[in-house]
Design a binder for this molecule. Structure first.
Ligand code: FES
Length: 130
């Protein structure tokens, strides 16, 4: 990838055909992330955890506010991802840790269009205290 290849850097493309005015980044195909699987994708230079929660895709920033380590994409259910390091959970819909609500991660909107997964280019709460 050339250092000037912005499209590749953004994850292979941006702005899906159905847009709500926000920018999105294509991060992969639905077939590559079956239910129960998670992986880290790069969105605008940030590591984002992408999860298939029983057929619904969720995404949160892969940076734990407890100790600024990767949360990981291994342990999760339909509502939370659990940090690999000390076990704090983060709610996909709000980013808030239910055990200690002063800890919070950024959340991202995920869309599926024509079997491709798109993640919002910027967090849903860019001004949030994540
Ligand atoms: S670094 Fe995530 S719970 Fe401690």
């Amino acid at each position: 990838m050339s250092p000037f290849d912005l499209k590749a850097w953004m994850g292979g493309g941006s702005s899906p055909p159905e847009d709500d005015g926000r920018k999105f980044v294509r991060v992969g195909k639905v077939a590559d992330l079956p239910p129960g699987a998670g992986k880290v994708v790069m969105v605008m230079g940030r590591d984002v955890g992408l999860f298939n929660c029983s057929g619904t895709f969720k995404a949160v920033e892969n940076a734990c506010p407890h100790n600024n380590r990767p949360i990981g994409t291994v342990e999760f259910d339909d509502e939370h991802v659990t940090c690999l390091w000390h076990g704090l959970r983060f709610t996909f819909d709000t980013g808030v840790c239910p055990e200690a609500d002063h800890y919070r991660v950024h959340t991202y909107t995920v869309k599926v269009i024509d079997d491709e997964i798109w993640v919002s280019a910027f967090p849903d709460d860019p001004e949030g205290d994540a």
